[in-house]
Ligand binder design. Structure first.
Ligand SMILES: [Zn+2]
Length: 260
């Protein structure tokens, strides 16, 4: 499922391809869930341009000139493709915007669950969805302050979008793997300096993955993401990768260097 680094890459993609071009047509597929009527979306977009975009956690918001912001959530497998020619047209299009330069932006979602809505402004969206501060934008003091009040398992806290938003199953595993912390460690047992270390590692992992274009194959050799397999060798020590369930999610970690 796309998480913060993937959405940050989609934001760059939209900014590089789809701003300041007049939208001439909007088409709908049946691959998406719409939180707004198709008619409203159509009327909001046709004849207008996208002016800017903003990422909040795992959501991408795109401002429609003189109007509201379109919100995109990528579900399990959503993606974006900017293309011109018919032979480049992707499958599973949920929403297709045509621009006056002959190009299109497709929002694709092979396994559905992607969502589109409209919101008046990004802050309103954050409040409506009850999202905490963005994991990449939050500063260290605020992070420590928030996590000092948390109880329960560390991995669950990192994934809780109301606490901080943007991190899901895959990247919480990576952050804890790099921070040498066990996913089932209790947040309340961490010292202030351990929380500061966790924050630093979180920033490092997220920015590294964004720099690498969110391409798993480009991630550093000592990352667990390309090695998510039970029984495989730990890329950081002599240990072995183990698999457990945390908050119902498959969790991979190294029992040797990630102690509770
Ligand atoms: Zn290890």
């Amino acid at each position: 499922m796309p998480e913060l680094p993937e959405i940050a890459v989609y934001k760059k993609y939209v900014d590089a391809t789809s701003l300041h071009k007049k939208i001439t047509e909007v088409e709908f597929g049946d691959e998406l869930l719409f939180d707004v009527s198709k008619k409203e979306l159509y009327n909001a977009c046709v004849g207008k341009e996208f002016t800017e975009s903003e990422r909040i956690g795992k959501h991408l918001l795109i401002h429609v000139e003189d109007n509201d912001w379109m919100s995109l959530h990528f579900g399990m497998t959503g993606g974006l493709k900017y293309f011109k020619d018919k032979e480049d047209r992707p499958d599973y299009i949920g929403l297709l915007l045509r621009f006056n330069n002959g190009f299109h932006l497709a929002f694709t979602c092979p396994r559905k669950f992607g969502r589109i809505g409209m919101t008046e402004r990004p802050e309103q969206f954050r409040e409506d969805k009850n999202l905490g501060p963005d994991a990449l934008e939050i500063d260290k003091d605020r992070f420590v302050e928030i996590f000092k009040e948390k109880r329960g398992m560390l991995k669950s806290a990192l994934m809780d979008q109301k606490t901080i938003c943007g991190i899901g199953n895959i990247y919480s595993d990576e952050i804890l793997f790099q921070a040498n912390m066990h996913p089932e460690s209790q947040v309340q047992n961490l010292s202030e300096s351990e929380l500061e270390d966790l924050y630093d590692v979180m920033q490092e992992v997220l920015s590294t993955c964004i720099d690498k274009g969110a391409q798993y194959s480009e991630y550093p050799d000592n990352y667990i993401i390309p090695n998510r397999e039970e029984g495989s060798s730990c890329p950081k020590c002599d240990g072995t990768i183990a698999k457990i369930k945390v908050s119902g999610r498959s969790t991979y970690y190294c029992a040797s260097h990630q102690k509770k």
